[in-house]
Design a protein around this ligand. Structure first.
Ligand code: TYD
Length: 132
């Protein structure tokens, strides 16, 4: 199931600090980190699911919405706090939309980049998740 993770936040007059570690805050081992930035207004990212990959998505700066769909239905998460992570298990369709100016989307992923793990066709996704 998709889940919002409240990450540690160490408050300090010098500024705040947040973090995650494998198997402590995250339910998997991190193999890859990537980030999406300089997204033009109105653009959508994502539009796919993964067979195996798990990930946590964080709005490190700014805000954006994550539209998810899995066997339990559709949800929308508005991410705008750098201490909140959205955990997505395998077989979760996800679209990232409504990026604010200067938004930075950080993704910690459980596997290396592997195009064959992507499900990019929505009908194929629905067939896998719901049956025919
Ligand atoms: P993609 O995952 O389709 O982006 P998004 O889901 O954010 O819209 O990736 C876009 C392109 O970048 C695609 O050609 C694959 C490449 N890519 C890598 O080479 N390595 C990576 O770790 C990622 C995430 C993407």
């Amino acid at each position: 199931m998709t889940e919002l993770l409240h990450l540690p936040k160490i408050e300090d007059r010098r500024g705040n600090l947040s973090f995650f570690e494998d198997f402590k805050q995250l339910p998997f081992e991190i193999r890859r980190v990537y980030w999406v930035y300089d997204v033009p207004g109105g653009e959508t990212r994502g539009g796919h699911a993964y067979h195996q990959l798990q990930e946590v998505i964080i709005a490190l700066s700014g805000s954006f919405d994550v539209h998810t769909e899995d066997s339990s239905g559709k949800k929308v998460y508005s991410l705008n706090r750098s201490y909140m992570g959205l955990y997505l298990p395998p077989l979760t369709w996800r679209n990232l939309e409504n990026f604010s100016t200067n938004a930075i989307c950080l993704v910690a992923a459980s596997s290396f980049y592997n195009e064959s793990d992507y499900i990019r066709d929505y009908d194929s996704f629905r067939t896998i998740v719901y049956g025919k």
